[in-house]
Design a protein around this ligand. Structure first.
Ligand SMILES: [Zn+2]
Length: 410
């Protein structure tokens, strides 16, 4: 099974100094920053998913500056992301139109030609048809309660299929070397299966299931299983925005050849449980914001409930205790005591029971990825972009390693 990472220009400064917390003086933002596949000794994915909505800022996500967009379209994705420099190059590039960005609109605000032009400029290896997300799912429970589906869902499925038909025709007319993937949208197992059958009839032998990202695992699993019943021998399946690591083996048996997901990076700093992943379990990262980076602390300082220097002292004591702990010069209790005092100050919470587990297990000591080897305990701190993104890169690698054995049938 192949893991594609959806690009959103996730870069880090390779020269960032974690002691002084400063960037190198000569650093030019973006130019000197690196992607996960450049920082790690092995790319933590098989390829990148490049989304047109992301690159053009559709739906208000202005991640790309105009100059970056021009450079991507001029040089192609391989050059832009320097994927050929990755140790396990060449990484593959999958193109997508990014339908979630326009889910609120009546119809997709792009034409097949515009999307194919984008894919051509990016020089993609795999290209996904234009689709329109169905924002809902008809669960077994809703069915048993007699709830019917919305007409709007049917309309969106028809739009997606008619785009797919035209997309394949235009793709053939342009004589692309890329592999076309037809997207199926649906609201339950049966409707997805019908869409997949229609795509196969059109001539697709690679199909993608869209709109599953936020569903419960059992709804995704039953849908994929239902779809597997209509697959022709040669047809492969891609899961859009889905990574349920525990289900990989089942998914693979049901014909899933690839998936994409931002989950490993997002969870590194946007989750209240699963920030630092390991093959066995996930840990909560230690909350340790900079005094200047915490709104609550700044508010307390402004209201003169605490002095800035006192807050800073708490923060620094935490950091020193953690670093001493990493060198076996401080006890778990000592660290937890410091961390508790500081966290009570900036968010009034005591989460040390969860941090205790992390400190006692010391998972970063057992990870051989570049991030954990270089950062040590710093990788477990929820603190600033440079640490948080690197923890995300580590998480991607954990996911990648989980997928790789499934691929080899180990
Ligand atoms: Zn690691």
């Amino acid at each position: 099974m192949k893991f594609f990472y959806p690009d959103s220009l996730d870069l880090v400064d390779p020269e960032f100094d974690f002691k002084s917390e400063e960037h190198s003086t000569h650093r030019v933002r973006h130019r000197d920053d690196v992607f996960a596949h450049e920082l790690l000794e092995e790319a933590p994915y098989h390829g990148l998913l490049v989304s047109r909505s992301m690159v053009y800022g559709t739906g208000g996500n202005q991640r790309y500056r105009q100059s970056q967009r021009f450079r991507l379209l001029r040089t192609g994705a391989r050059r832009f992301f320097e994927t050929d420099q990755a140790p396990n190059a060449p990484l593959q590039i999958m193109g997508d139109c990014g339908a979630y960005a326009y889910v609120e609109q009546e119809t997709p605000p792009v034409t097949v030609d515009e999307v194919l032009d984008f894919y051509e400029s990016c020089r993609c290896d795999y290209v996904l048809s234009v689709d329109h997300v169905i924002p809902g799912f008809h669960t077994e429970r809703q069915k048993s309660e007699g709830k019917s589906i919305r007409e709007e869902w049917r309309r969106r499925q028809e739009i997606t299929l008619s785009y797919a038909r035209f997309f394949l025709k235009e793709h053939q007319a342009r004589d692309h070397s890329s592999v076309p993937i037809g997207i199926a949208q649906g609201w339950d197992g049966d409707s997805y299966a019908q869409a997949v059958e229609a795509l196969q009839k059109m001539g697709y032998d690679y199909v993608a299931l869209g709109g599953l990202a936020s569903l419960a695992t059992e709804d995704i699993a039953s849908t994929v299983e239902r779809v597997s019943g209509v697959l022709r021998d040669a047809t492969r399946v891609h899961l859009l925005g889905v990574s349920r690591a525990r289900e990989f083996r089942r998914f693979q048996n049901w014909g899933v050849a690839s998936f994409d997901s931002t989950m490993p990076l997002r969870q590194a700093f946007m989750d209240d449980k699963h920030n630092y992943h390991t093959p066995e379990k996930d840990y909560l990262a230690i909350r340790l914001p900079k005094v200047t980076g915490s709104n609550q602390l700044q508010k307390k300082v402004n209201e003169e409930k605490i002095s800035a220097s006192e807050a800073f002292e708490h923060e620094q004591k935490c950091l020193r205790a953690l670093r001493r702990f990493d060198r076996d010069k401080a006890s778990v209790e000592e660290v937890l005591d410091r961390v508790r005092k500081y966290e009570l100050l900036f968010n009034g919470r005591d989460q040390t029971d969860k941090y205790r587990e992390l400190l006692e297990d010391r998972p970063w000591k057992y990870c051989d990825c570049t991030v954990c080897r270089r950062l040590g305990i710093e990788v477990t701190l929820l603190r600033g972009k440079e640490r948080n993104k690197r923890r995300g890169f580590h998480n991607m690698r954990v996911l990648f390693e989980k997928v790789a054995p499934a691929l080899q049938g180990r």
